[in-house]
Design a protein around this ligand. Structure first.
Ligand SMILES: NC(=O)C1=CN([C@@H]2O[C@H](COP(=O)(O)OP(=O)(O)OC[C@H]3O[C@@H](n4cnc5c(N)ncnc54)[C@H](O)[C@@H]3O)[C@@H](O)[C@H]2O)[C@@H](O)CC1
Ligand SMILES: Nc1ncnc2c1ncn2[C@@H]1O[C@H](COP(=O)(O)OP(=O)(O)O)[C@@H](O)[C@H]1O
Ligand SMILES: [K+]
Length: 459
């Protein structure tokens, strides 16, 4: 599991550890990891020009000590101080090995910019002098120290000017901004340097392959198709293609049986593609409703809610949610749908994804899966799992229908809603990556469904 802790949690863990260690130990560990990352990026240290943008806090201190290590290895290191003060000991160490302080606008063109403006102590946004200095080095690779300065660390918002990094080197644990968009996009590749912190459970996490392998339902020797779970699909009433795609997402082999409960005419087409799918004449352990449902989606949802089983609520059915759902739900909106559900603008949802996914989870006491580049799966109570698998090619029509079916299958197989949604989303992203050959080729929604078994083989 990748864990993203809050600033408060990180501060507490740092204090506990610092009390046991000589002064400066943690910063030395951080700086060593940071310097190594810069060397990796540049392919060496000797003869490279390194520019440190340094604010007044310990984030600047990390940058200055890393700069010291780089200067010792032959880099030409310049510092532009951007705060009211500067980490004095760090600056003295750098000066002692030949580092130079320069005024804003006076730095030579560097090979890399190290962003030590602010870290976890920063307020969102950048001061004008910092923004102007960054703009002067447009096109130069940026390594952010801990977080890209200017992003909102605990919720992933970016409300104003901020650093856009190629690499972010963070310490001790991930922070929420490393996982949650739009800030996560500003981080580039994130490298974690272990500095020995002992941390509590994190509110925001990201499943890793081992976690998915452990949660995945697997048939045991004595299982038969009914004990493995049966998923019911009531989708595609208005748009038959969506019905086919949600069935495709459900019919990847993760449950014992898929029943289709949409219109007969659609069922005829479903059977041509998926001959194993049967009519919905018997019991199911989870329903999927809404994908391509159009006007019928409200009635489809109402019908599904009458059975005492979990329901995946997608697309058109999201407009018909009861105030107090009688069964466990997984809601699967994209930003536009979540905006309509909450009565806000789409831009608002995209800018504050964590807040809005959590708000929907609370409001409907349900798991809310907010689709996007980094899909968020929010549980009532505030825990969130972020999906970091996937490629931009996945933004293709019908991909969401496949996801709804996949999550429904996992629910029917017995996973709890939070696990079903997060494992389903992880597999969906990984299947897209697999189908697109690591992002090299375009894909369609059906390719994603068909690649799920291949991904599971790699787990
Ligand atoms: N506390 C620790 O044990 C460790 C901290 N480390 C580093 O220390 C950082 C945190 O250091 P600090 O607590 O000193 O805080 P920061 O260095 O993140 O920033 C705080 C300073 O920046 C100013 N500031 C805040 N927002 C600003 C903005 N938008 N524009 C300009 N100035 C702004 C504040 O007035 C304050 O002086 C971490 O991110 C990490 O890089 C590492 O050395 C690892 C160990
Ligand atoms: N930039 C992106 N990178 C990766 N995945 C994305 C990106 N944009 C969207 N997606 C994913 O693509 C899918 C699109 O689903 P959705 O918007 O419901 O489309 P549809 O309604 O056509 O099925 C979601 O799983 C979403 O997480
Ligand atoms: K920074």
């Amino acid at each position: 599991m990748r864990s993203a802790h809050t600033v408060e949690q990180v501060r507490a863990a740092e204090q506990a550890l610092m009390a046991q260690l000589p002064d400066g130990t943690l910063m030395a560990r951080a700086a060593a990891g940071l310097a190594a990352a810069v060397v990796d990026l540049l392919g060496g240290a000797y003869g490279r020009r390194v520019l440190l943008l340094v604010g007044s806090g310990d984030n600047g201190g990390d940058a200055l000590y890393a700069g010291t290590l780089l200067a010792r290895r032959g880099s030409a290191v310049e510092v532009v101080p951007l705060g009211s003060t500067v980490h004095e000991a760090g600056l003295a160490a750098l000066r002692a090995v030949g580092g130079r302080v320069v005024a804003t606008g006076e730095a030579a063109r560097p090979d890399v910019v190290v962003d030590g403006i602010v870290g976890i102590g920063g307020r969102p946004g950048l001061r004008d002098d910092a923004a102007a200095e960054l703009a002067r080095h447009e096109g130069v690779p940026v390594v952010a120290v801990d977080v890209p300065s200017g992003v909102s660390v605990d919720d992933g918002r970016v409300d104003g000017p901020h650093v856009r990094a190629d690499v972010t080197v963070t310490f001790g644990t991930h922070k929420v901004a490393h996982l949650v968009d739009p800030a996560a996009t500003a981080c580039g590749a994130v490298l974690l340097v272990d500095i020995g912190l002992e941390l509590p459970t994190a509110p925001v996490t990201a499943l890793q392959p081992d976690d998915v392998a452990a949660l995945l339902p697997r048939p045991r020797g004595a299982d038969h198709k009914y004990t493995r779970g049966v998923v019911g699909i009531r989708t595609g009433t208005a748009y038959p293609g969506a019905g086919l795609l949600s069935v495709a997402g459900a019919a990847t082999g993760l449950v014992g049986m898929v029943r289709y409960a949409g219109p007969d005419a659609v069922f005829e087409q479903v059977r041509l593609v998926h001959p194993e799918v049967v009519a919905a004449t018997g019991r199911v352990q989870a329903w999927v409703v809404g994908s391509g449902g159009g006007e019928a989606a409200g009635a489809d949802l109402a019908s599904a809610l009458r059975d005492d089983i979990p329901v995946v609520v997608d697309a058109d059915a999201l407009a018909h949610l009861p105030a107090e759902p009688p069964v466990p739900l997984v809601l699967t909106p994209h930003a536009g749908e979540l905006a309509r559900m909450l009565g806000v603008e789409r831009d608002e949802v995209e800018a504050r994804q964590l807040e809005h996914a959590r708000a929907a989870a609370e409001r409907w006491n349900a798991v809310c899966l907010l689709k996007g580049r980094h899909t968020l799966v929010a549980a009532p109570g505030g825990d969130v799992r972020v999906t970091t698998t996937g490629v931009p090619w996945l933004a293709t029509a019908g991909a969401g229908d496949v996801l709804a079916g996949l999550v429904g299958a996992l629910l029917a197989a017995g996973l709890a809603p939070y696990d079903a949604a997060s494992v389903g989303s992880w597999l969906h992203g990984a299947a897209a990556t697999y189908a697109s050959d690591g992002g090299r080729a375009p894909i369609t929604a059906l390719d994603v469904a068909r690649s799920v078994p291949a991904v599971i083989r790699t787990l």
